[in-house]
Ligand binder design. Structure first.
Ligand SMILES: [Zn+2]
Length: 549
């Protein structure tokens, strides 16, 4: 899953130690499936785990976008897809090349300082603040600051944080998150970097300083800060430059945020308490200005998406595609944690890539007549901001209108017994209904996003399909709010998410993985075989991308 959006916008548990003390148990083996779903059971968990073990091996060095390790992972995936009888559906065989520009902060030549009454107070980079390279920053920026609450303008809800403040020529300070009256999918949409910049630009602002909402930080500040020198990437094509003109994006450590509010009559504790419960936030000018000097090195990087097809059997419907997508890249080699520098990404997203390969193999082992074709898309650059899928959705290797649905799998986390699934986008299209039906066959209930503040709906590749009108969902193993499993997931995010310990030595539940795959397979078969195309719900916000309204 993509953290950069989250590291700009949101976050969990600041105070939990970096050292993982979770037990290093071996995976439990899967007993044979039982109950009503027995006949539908195709997977055993072990074949899935075998793929994960290859993709998350230290030799693949964390599969950073454009790296040797990622290339090796893709070669391996292509070999497996060929063995499963899938046909190439990229541009060069299975591959669709994608060009990137990488940006790395040269921190020794950068500075941030707060200025008040002619007095400069430097912010310590890493400790107090981070300059984001997601946007190419201007070399020098000096501007007054204004606090704009959540910094959102949502016409559908008549919500506007900019209606009563002047942000012209200023840097806008925001608390990440959204007010509770805004539905989570809509809130997520308006918190993407490109939507935020549209709003800020229209209001005349120069850039954004975000303060993570301590109530929803996925990764503690110490870990975010640790990897701030890691390069970011962008697609290297003019058509994708959505932040042109944005002069600065920076993130302030919540623990240092009070420095911004001095003399404003407000404290960060007061604002964070409101943000925690998604209550309305005040907006007000700040008494300090910000001076920024930045230096960023850029470099060209090349990578590829991998695209394969299992052709459908129906003479007409085979020209339509059900997409199964997963990102194969991860974050590579980074700052060491407990002496380990390789961020293996076993769950993120070795797990989803493995599911895709396992799924392809299952259709060879258990042939099933699929009426529509199944398009298997392993994307690159997800961790850099959903970039491979952004490129693919804009330049699909099959006709754009022929993609009837996307089921995306990213970090589905089979780490607890399977009691409930979360379906991101459950209420948005009837793909959600098909997932509900399929899960029911296996006795598993589904629920919508239980933690809307984490913005998961926009944090993985399904979002780019959605923006091109394709009804999409992402499905995860989940927990019921308030259950003991909730703590297991929270600990996982704190200790292993985007950390070197997301590796093959962590405990996983192969029985859950198998059942999960069975459910996803049932969904895919349903989508491929039901004559009616999936549709957006009439009241879905995202329907506009399909209808162009
Ligand atoms: Zn990730």
């Amino acid at each position: 899953m993509n953290r950069s959006i989250s590291s700009l916008v949101l976050f969990v548990s600041l105070f939990i130690a970096l050292n993982s003390n979770a037990q290093q148990a071996k995976p439990v083996s899967a007993p044979s499936a039982a109950g009503s779903a027995e006949n539908n059971s195709v997977f055993d968990g072990q074949t899935w785990w075998n793929y994960v073990k290859v993709l998350a091996d230290d030799k693949l060095e964390g599969r950073d976008t454009g790296s040797r390790g990622e290339h090796t992972a893709e070669e391996y995936a292509v070999k497996q897809l060929k063995a499963a009888g899938a046909q190439p559906a990229g541009v060069n065989g299975f591959y669709q090349p994608v060009k990137f520009v990488s940006r790395q902060i040269v921190e020794k030549d950068c500075s941030l300082a707060l200025v008040k009454d002619g007095k400069r107070e430097p912010l310590i980079l890493g400790q107090d603040a981070i300059i984001s390279t997601r946007v190419m920053p201007a070399a020098e920026v000096s501007a007054p600051l204004v606090f704009a609450g959540y910094g959102l303008k949502i016409p559908e809800q008549n919500y506007d944080d900019f209606s009563d403040i002047d942000v012209k020529g200023k840097l806008v300070v925001i608390l990440s998150g959204s007010p509770s009256e805004v539905p989570s999918a809509l809130a997520s949409h308006y918190q993407t970097g490109s939507e935020r910049w549209k709003t800020l630009k229209a209001a005349g602002a120069l850039g954004m300083i975000s303060i993570p909402n301590p109530a929803s930080m996925d990764v503690p500040w110490a870990r975010i800060s640790l990897n701030r020198a890691h390069p970011t990437m962008d697609l290297d094509y003019p058509e994708f430059n959505e932040t042109a003109g944005e002069q600065l994006v920076a993130v302030i450590n919540p623990a240092s945020a009070d420095k911004l509010f001095e003399g404003s009559g407000h404290t960060f504790a007061e604002l964070a308490a409101l943000g925690k419960d998604r209550k309305p936030l005040p907006r007000f000018p700040l008494t300090v200005s910000l001076e920024a000097k930045t230096k960023v090195d850029t470099q060209k990087v090349e990578s590829s998406n991998v695209v394969a097809v299992l052709p459908g059997s129906d003479s007409d419907l085979k020209n339509e595609y059900v997409v199964l997508s997963a990102h194969i890249d991860h974050v590579g080699i980074g700052a060491p944690v407990n002496g380990d520098r390789i961020y293996n990404g076993a769950m993120d997203n070795g797990s989803g890539s493995a599911l895709l390969l396992d799924m392809a193999a299952s259709f060879k082992k258990h042939p099933e007549k699929l009426r529509r074709s199944l398009l298997l898309v392993l994307v690159t650059g997800e961790e850099k901001g959903l970039l491979g899928s952004k490129y693919f959705a804009a330049h699909p290797t099959v006709p754009a209108k022929s993609m009837v649905a996307d089921v995306n799998e990213d970090m589905f986390l089979p780490i607890v017994p399977l009691k409930v699934l979360t379906v991101y986008g459950l209420a948005e299209s009837d793909v959600g209904d098909r997932v509900r039906e399929a899960a029911q066959e296996f006795g598993v209930p589904v629920q919508p996003d239980p933690q809307p503040l984490r913005n998961v709906f926009i944090r993985s590749d399904q979002y780019n399909f959605i923006k091109h009108g394709v009804p999409s969902v992402m499905v995860d193993v989940s927990f019921e709010p308030g259950s003991p499993e909730q703590q297991i997931f929270k600990d996982w995010l704190t200790n292993r998410y985007h950390a070197p310990s997301d590796d093959v030595n962590q405990p996983v539940n192969l029985e859950t993985a198998a059942k999960f795959e069975d459910i996803i397979r049932t969904v895919l078969v349903n989508l491929a075989d039901t004559t009616a195309r999936p549709e957006w719900k009439q009241d879905s916000f995202f329907r506009r991308y399909a209808t162009g309204e």
